[in-house]
Ligand binder design. Sequence first.
Ligand SMILES: [Zn+2]
Ligand SMILES: [Zn+2]
Length: 267
Amino acid sequence: MTSVKTNLHTHTYRCKHADGDVDDYCREAVAADLHTLGMSDHTALPDDRWLGVRMAYKDLPSYMQTITDAQKKYPQLTILRAAECEYDEAYASYYRDELLGEYNCDYLIGAVHYFPHKGEWLSPFFDMNAPDLMHSFADYFIKSMQSGLFAFMAHPDNFASSRMHFDEEAKTCVRAMCEAAADLNVYWEVNGYGFRKQNVQTPYGERNQYPLEEFWDIASEYPIRVVVNSDAHRPQDVAANLDDALDLANRKKLKVVDVDEVLAVYG
Ligand SMILES: [Zn+2]
Ligand SMILES: [Zn+2]
């Protein structure tokens, strides 16, 4: 059984690449002896952009209602309402007024599954090796943090899924991300899902897609605080790799924040 009792990053079938609904995750969370579970499915967007990997806008009310129902059904578990969001200025008022406002989300997670580069939106999971891509990724990551919308940033090292060389260019970009996170006091996530994904082969040997050890070595030189999450896409993974993520945070001497500190972000 995991020593970490909180997971703030969880998906449902609505995003089309996860299994189970809120109730299934709550049941597994109780079985795993968690005390706090944050539901944070890939958010709906008002224009249904990137619909293949997120919930449809029409599914948003049912997602929110299912969380409300679970909060009543599982009094032994603190169930938080959240969403995992991509930053775009066009959605800022939707995130603020509708998700945090109307739906009363407890927090929003910022994540970069797409970033703008020379007029296109690219995925950091696809091929981050070409020149300049890290700069575009880092610039967009920093913009996401500057928006003030997100309590923490998911898997800041997910570019390592497809970037094989953690070279000077990458390190420079990561240092810029670290400086901004420290300045803005935005928390980062050590993401447990990376441990469960298929390893990548690099010229230096096989490793996790993420977390990337060298990334967190650099992060540890800054006053960056972290959360550890499972990023569960299946109910049975609700507490998966939380201990691995915590172990990494501890080895790098990163300060792990608790739930109250995450919720305090919105004042
Ligand atoms: Zn996902
Ligand atoms: Zn996620």
